[in-house]
Write a protein that binds this ligand. Structure first.
Ligand code: SF4
Length: 271
């Protein structure tokens, strides 16, 4: 790369850092954007007022991503946020994990779920009238805590840019037939993605792992629910900052896929 190109790249990276609310290079990895309210969507022309802005350097973006990966990150995952409080605190503080506790059958169940996501995402990517952006990442600060995760995808109508989020859940037949509405923890997760992805709507789609039937539920962004999300994050992050642990709660404890069960037991949980 020539000196001039190098200068351009440096200027670009500074611009990217500013746009993302990132600090200087030395501490770039652990600095997500501040959360912002959802932007209105509508019938604006594709690209709208941004159509005259030249594209960024793709290499510069890749550089940013690879550099961020070199730093250990502490964060809450949206998919865990409304489950076991202890598991959230353990995840954020990166206590020892024991994935080897997962037996081969459990690992097959996890891989099956991943495969179902891929199949559904493949279907959605094939529609001629919609673009599909899979695994749409969020990395933001909420109440001082870092939230990192991925919505399973965002569908964007080619004609006018209308957007809707998609969250995929693969569940057992027993759970599927009982579903008359989305599970509360999934609604909270969807609401969080709505807010942070600036989506007015998100559809939760359930896949019956036994019969391959589907059920779908629409979730609309709800400002009050966002307040609940913030309260939850504040509470959990309070534990992280104080070094205290939430009380063991049998009603939210599910050791089936818990990777910190040994550590939790060592901290007094009767599991
Ligand atoms: S063992 Fe139960 S209580 Fe402990 S972190 Fe895992 S799910 Fe939570």
């Amino acid at each position: 790369m020539s000196g001039k190109q190098g200068c351009k790249m440096t200027a670009f990276k500074l611009k990217m850092s500013k746009a993302l609310g990132l600090p200087s290079r030395s501490s770039v990895a652990e600095t997500p954007r501040a959360e912002t309210p959802p932007a209105p969507t509508g019938k604006s022309a594709p690209g709208g007022n941004l159509s005259t802005e030249r594209p960024p350097s793709i290499e510069g973006i890749i550089d940013d991503v690879l550099e961020a990966r070199t730093v250990e990150q502490h964060f809450f995952r949206p998919s865990m946020l409304f489950g076991c409080k202890r598991a959230n605190v353990f995840h954020y503080t990166r206590v020892p994990h024991h994935p080897q506790r997962q037996n081969p059958r459990m690992l097959r169940i996890l891989d099956n779920g991943t495969a179902i996501h891929s199949v559904l995402q493949g279907y959605l990517a094939d529609h001629p009238d919609w673009w599909f952006a899979p695994e749409s990442r969020i990395l933001v600060k909420v109440q001082g805590a870092t939230i990192r995760g991925s919505c399973d995808g965002v569908l964007i109508r080619r004609e006018d840019g209308y957007r809707v989020g998609v969250e995929i859940k693969s569940i057992s037949h027993d759970q599927f037939i009982k579903l008359t509405k989305p599970k509360p923890e999934h609604v909270f997760q969807a609401g969080l993605y709505c807010r942070l992805q600036k989506l007015p709507w998100i559809v939760i789609i359930y896949w019956d792992k036994n019969t391959q039937h589907l059920k779908e539920y629409v979730v609309r962004y709800n400002p009050q629910q966002w307040e609940d999300v913030k309260e939850r994050v504040k509470e959990l992050y309070g534990y992280v900052q104080s070094g205290e642990l939430p009380e063991y709660d049998a009603s939210t404890c599910d050791t089936t896929f818990c990777a910190t069960v040994d550590y939790c037991r060592s901290k007094g949980a009767p599991v």
